[in-house]
Write a protein that binds this ligand. Sequence first.
Ligand code: SF4
Length: 327
Amino acid sequence: MSEPALLEVRALDVHFPVRGPGLLPSRLTLRAIDQVSFDVRAGEVLGVVGESGCGKSTLSRALLKLIPATAGSVRLRGVELTTLPKAAMRPLRRSMQMIFQDPLASLDPRMTVGEIIAEPLKALLPGMERAEREQRVLRTMQHVGLLPAQINRYPHEFSGGQAQRIGIARALVVQPQLVVCDEPVSALDVSIKSQIINLLLDLRAEHGLTYIFVAHDLATVRHIADRVMVLYLGRVMEITDRDALYARPLHPYTRLLLSAVPIPDPALARRVGPTREELPSPLALPSGCAFRTRCPLADARCVAERPVLREIDGRYVACHHAEAAAA
Ligand code: SF4
């Protein structure tokens, strides 16, 4: 039997009004997230991948209600978050935490490491005694590989990788169930990247965590994700178990992303089709399939009809011609 869903997202929209160009500008709508649906099972790592501008960061923030959803549903263990009043959201904030992309920029330079890690405890568990809070901070520092002696240091005294450990400790100190990792390794050197990914995997095993792990390339999520969701211009293109996705990508956009990953298997490399071209403006989405302006398989149906996300061989793909790729 499959794991129950910890998070259920259905038909989520996040739209922003934008002023158009010109002397008498019209009001345009930026569809940053457009009818996105997916589940995250308890204990899994869902990788979310797409190029810059595909809506990954907007999605991360909307899931945690840091920006409002325009429409749709986000349920955490069955509790609808999009309509939840601020006061009722507060206790749930302990269950959902975020790790940010740029570790040094996301940490207050005027606060010590101890103060930075203790801050969410003070906000979300105000009744906790000071001594217990200090113990929790020290324990969490130890879990992420920081030394107790570093508690009174400031962020600028740390390398990027060490600073990200502080960011991870700050997220984990309130003992969340779900952690949204918004490109947590993209600003780090290659060797440090793998250290942080291994740390996140160890922490998941020790504490039973669930991650949504966002990255702009498929190579990064390969080592951490159980399943991968591919986003393009705010829409879901494919959701598939990791091994199936890398062995046999069904969506042409997934194949485009895989073309940036070195592929040792020549047979698979031949199946990797389209070349890279410019991402269309999210303010002027193509009709029908959002990917059709870059897709070598696009035909009249792709211009006229938006493909829905549908199940094929236990995978979810939004492409009119996915059966051909699956055959
Ligand atoms: S629906 Fe058409 S344009 Fe879109 S990915 Fe599939 S084949 Fe390409």
